[in-house]
Design a binder for this molecule. Structure first.
Ligand code: NDP
Ligand code: 2IT
Length: 444
């Protein structure tokens, strides 16, 4: 058995039941194998891979809070501090009923390589809770966030671990979390990113993941001489990442015809009216099906199936494993030529394989959604300098970072004879920097 296969087998054995974590490790180890094989004796002796797949620390904790009826509720919270070789732990917090240790470990593991690719000094981490913000009052969300932060505050800090948003954690939650951190510690510091603009947030952070995704898609398509203008696009989800992916796609001349939420999807052949989506989702926290009440040209379908809408470009921006092999076959049958992951690991492994084998251009989430965390790192920089850059400055920096990420992925793939395989390129380029830093810092 090769070193990568041995380590993968051990990960499965030592982390039973953690299917998402196994999946993320499997993909990375399979694609960095040529790098490992070239340095096998040294890496084995230093147990490089064994250290890479083991989080530096995981904390899990009880979160008691009182709901609007006076009933005490208890949730479970976590922070996975995966790897600090290149900077303080950095990564989002997810509040969703499905949250468990496996999901947060997969997300934390992915974050190591993503953050490395940004070129900025940030390590990998992720956290969250099995709390469902849906249907909760603002008061309930605030009390939950305060209880969550009361415990989490012991483990984070501006130079230690800097959380941000993810599914179910947006500006409202970050505000409540920040207020409680400040109250407990007395520190007005850049300990969270995605903050409001009046208390240390960065312009463009809200838009950054979606914008960055489309910047990278555009970069790749220009490289392959297939401009985004006039292309039909489907974007799953209708949260933070999806909304700003649609906005940037429209600005660059694409036409988005489908969006979704966990209940179903809309198809609007005239092109999605994003103002209507924003009003439903950002203002009223409503459901995507309400779109058809405002826009008669659109149809709503309950359940899964968004990938059956014919498109040139598919941008999964909702959640892990939402695009399956069957979906990939459907996309291929409809002549889709590009899939780029706005979400983390939205494409199953067999679907990714099918997509790549069938000549569909594919950008993995580690590269494609890195604009969010990159802009978070720019927020950290501004907080440390105690100043705020303009919208244009941040947007230009984001755009340049995404261009650089494309070059890194493209170069790394070429170096190992896998031109056009951006999954391998992203994993190898991300891995090389982290390993270099780990080796230099001794056995830690
Ligand atoms: P939001 O909470 O803003 O939106 C999530 C969207 O995905 C909603 O439309 C939601 O529908 C849908 N969704 C969530 N879970 C499921 C599910 N199990 N099945 C079907 N649909 C689902 O989150 P974000 O937009 O921030 O995050 C989306 C993805 O992007 C995640 O994978 C996240 O990890 C990733 N990401 C986010 C970044 C960020 O900066 N926010 C940065 C990089 C990656 P519903 O409302 O019905 O639940
Ligand atoms: O998955 C991700 O990269 C995020 N949710 C954003 C993390 C961050 O620290 O901005």
């Amino acid at each position: 058995m090769s070193y990568t296969e041995e380590v993968y087998a051990r990960v499965v054995e030592k982390n039973p039941g953690e299917a998402e974590f196994h999946q993320a490790v499997k993909e990375v180890l399979a694609t960095i194998k040529p790098v490992i094989d070239a340095n096998e004796a040294e890496y084995r002796k230093m147990a490089i891979l064994e250290r890479l797949v083991e989080p530096e620390r995981i904390v899990s904790f009880r979160i008691p809070w009182v709901d609007d009826q006076g009933q005490v509720q208890v949730n479970k919270g976590y922070r996975v501090q995966f790897n600090s070789a290149i900077g303080p732990y950095k990564g989002g917090l997810r509040f969703h009923p499905s949250v468990n240790q496996s999901i947060l470990k997969f997300l934390g593991f992915e974050q190591i390589f993503k953050n490395s690719l940004t070129g900025l000094p940030i390590g990998g981490g992720k956290g969250g809770a099995d709390f469902d913000p849906k249907g909760k009052s603002d008061g309930e969300v605030m009390r939950f966030c305060q209880s969550f932060m009361t415990e989490l505050s012991k483990y984070i800090g501006a130079d230690q671990d800097v959380p941000a948003g993810d599914i179910g954690v947006g500006a409202r939650e970050i505000g409540f979390l920040y207020g409680q951190y400040k109250r407990i510690t007395g520190q007005y510091e850049g300990v969270l990113t995605g903050k409001g603009l009046t208390f240390g947030g960065s312009l463009i952070r809200t838009q950054a993941t979606g914008y960055g995704l489309v910047y990278l898609v555009n970069e790749m398509l220009e490289h392959h001489k297939k401009p985004i203008q006039g292309k039909t696009i489907v974007v799953s989800g209708s949260g933070n990442v999806a909304i700003y992916a649609v906005e940037k796609a429209h600005q660059l001349g694409g036409k988005v015809v489908g969006m979704s939420d966990s209940n179903g999807y809309i198809h609007d052949p005239n092109g999605i009216n994003l103002d209507v989506v924003k009003e439903i989702k950002e203002v009223r926290r409503g459901r995507i099906k309400e779109y058809v009440e405002k826009v008669p040209s659109a149809t709503y379908t309950e359940g899964k199936g968004i990938w059956s809408i014919p498109c040139d470009i598919a941008l999964p921006c909702a959640t892990q494993n939402e695009l399956t092999l069957e979906d990939a076959k459907q996309l291929k049958a409809n002549n889709c030529f590009c899939v780029a992951e706005g979400a983390n690991m939205p494409t199953t492994l067999d679907a990714t394989e099918f997509i790549q084998e069938n000549g569909i251009l594919f950008l993995p989430g580690k590269a494609a959604n890195a604009g969010g965390v990159a802009t978070s790192a720019l927020e950290m920089t501004q907080n440390s300098m105690r100043l705020s850059w303009t919208e244009q400055e941040v947007d230009e920096k984001l755009h340049q970072i995404m261009k650089d990420i494309f070059v890194k992925c493209d170069d790394a793939a070429k170096r190992y004879g896998m031109e056009g395989n951006y999954v391998a390129g992203a994993n190898i380029a991300g891995f090389e920097k982290v390993i270099n830093a780990m080796k230099a810092q001794g056995i830690v």
